[in-house]
Structure formats: C-alpha cells, structure tokens
Design a protein around this ligand. Structure first.
Ligand code: SF4
Length: 216
C-alpha cells in the first residue's frame, strides 16, 4: 500500500495479543542493575547496538559505580572507555552532565518523573520512557525509538513521522495497561522481523492485518 491511501487502522488488541505470543518476555535489551546504570546505558545506546553497549558497560559499571563516580570521572579516561560505542566524546560529555545534574538536583538518584527526566541535559522523551517504563514499571508513555518510528507507520498505526507525534497516536489507541510492554515488543518486532531494508512480511505474525504502508 502507498502512503496517503485511505486505510483502516488494524485492531490494536489483536496486535498486542500477537506481540505477546511472539515476544512474551519483551524487555529493553540493555543490561543494568540500578536506574543510574540504565540511564547511562540508554545514553550509550544512541547509534549503537545493545550488544555492544552491554559489552562496554560490564566493566564500566564496576569502574564507575554511581552517578557521583561518573560525574567525577576524568573526561579522557571516560572517553577512552566509551570509544567502542561510537560518538564517544559527545556521549562522555552527556553522561557526565546528566550524572552531575542527578547529583545536584536528585541526590545522585534517577527521578521517577517525566518532567524531571526531560529537564536533564540530553534526555528526551524516548530515553525518559525507557527509564520510567523499564526501571520503574511506570506507564509514562510508549517508547518510540528508530524501530518503532519505522514500524508503526508501516502497520497503519500512525501517519506521523516524528517520534513524539507517533507516540501520541499510539497512546491514543494502545490500552494504557499495555504501554510498558508494547514499546519494547515493537522494538524487537522491528529489529528482528519488520527490519529497515528487507521486512520479512511473508513470515510475519502481522501479515494478515498489516497494510504494509510504504513497503514495496
Ligand atoms: S507484514 Fe511486513 S510491513 Fe507489516 S509488520 Fe510485518 S514485516 Fe512489517
């Protein structure tokens, strides 16, 4: 189906049901033990695979165990440690600025609040949702990363292209009780089936109800 053609929005309850069957344990695939670690891993995950981030954070979280340690780290040493994740200079700067702000404003802890999180340097709604959904189990919204940004319009769930507008559309049709599952499950669906270059429509569990918008 081409973009702009009239279409019927697929039944979201059925989509959620099928995602639950396909990814019963859907979770964000970053390793973490504390909300501060999840916040740092989320920053490092930009333009990098979760596997690579997890390989780096294993030693990183031993060396810098909390927000105070990250804030006080030697910048060059931190940059060196973050090198394998790419864009390491910017990431080291953001990690230190976020951790310094956590120490100054929140006693070194991650606040369980969308407003407080989005007020941190370099943290936007997507990262805030990852932290709130994952670390606190809060239905703050729906994670819209690069995968969900691509998959939701293909599935006819949004005609928007910007993450925050797509999230608004999804929040209007997905039951709130499913928000914390739906985001990570759609991320996995996009990562493993509805991939960017070659979506595997033939073997997809959504094939019979998906309008495949923009898919050739
Ligand atoms: S049917 Fe194709 S376009 Fe639709 S969700 Fe599945 S892989 Fe993506």
């Amino acid at each position: 189906m081409r973009r702009g053609e009239r279409r019927v929005t697929p039944d979201v309850d059925v989509i959620v049901e099928r995602l639950r069957e396909r990814f019963p344990d859907a979770r964000y695939e970053l390793d973490w033990e504390t909300p501060v670690q999840l916040a740092v891993a989320t920053i490092l995950a930009a333009q990098c695979t979760d596997e690579r981030v997890n390989a780096v954070t294993k030693a990183l979280f031993v060396r810098y165990p909390d927000a105070a340690a990250f804030a006080a780290a030697d910048r060059e040493e931190l940059e060196e440690a973050l090198k394998p994740t790419g864009f390491y200079k910017q990431k080291a700067k953001t990690v230190q600025e976020v951790c310094a702000a956590l120490c100054e404003r929140h006693g070194g802890e991650v606040p369980a609040s969308m407003t407080a999180l989005c007020a941190l340097p370099g943290i936007a709604r997507k990262s805030a949702n990852v932290i709130l959904n994952t670390a606190f189990g809060m239905a703050s919204g729906i994670i819209v990363d690069t995968h969900v940004q691509r998959v939701a319009p293909r599935m006819g769930l949004s005609e928007e292209s910007k993450p925050e507008a797509i999230e608004r559309d999804l929040m209007a049709i997905v039951p709130e009780s499913a928000w914390t599952f739906f985001g990570p499950a759609m991320v996995l669906h996009g990562r493993y089936t509805c991939t960017a270059r070659a979506p595997q429509c033939a073997g997809c569990v959504m094939a019979d109800l998906c309008p495949k918008v923009g898919v050739k």
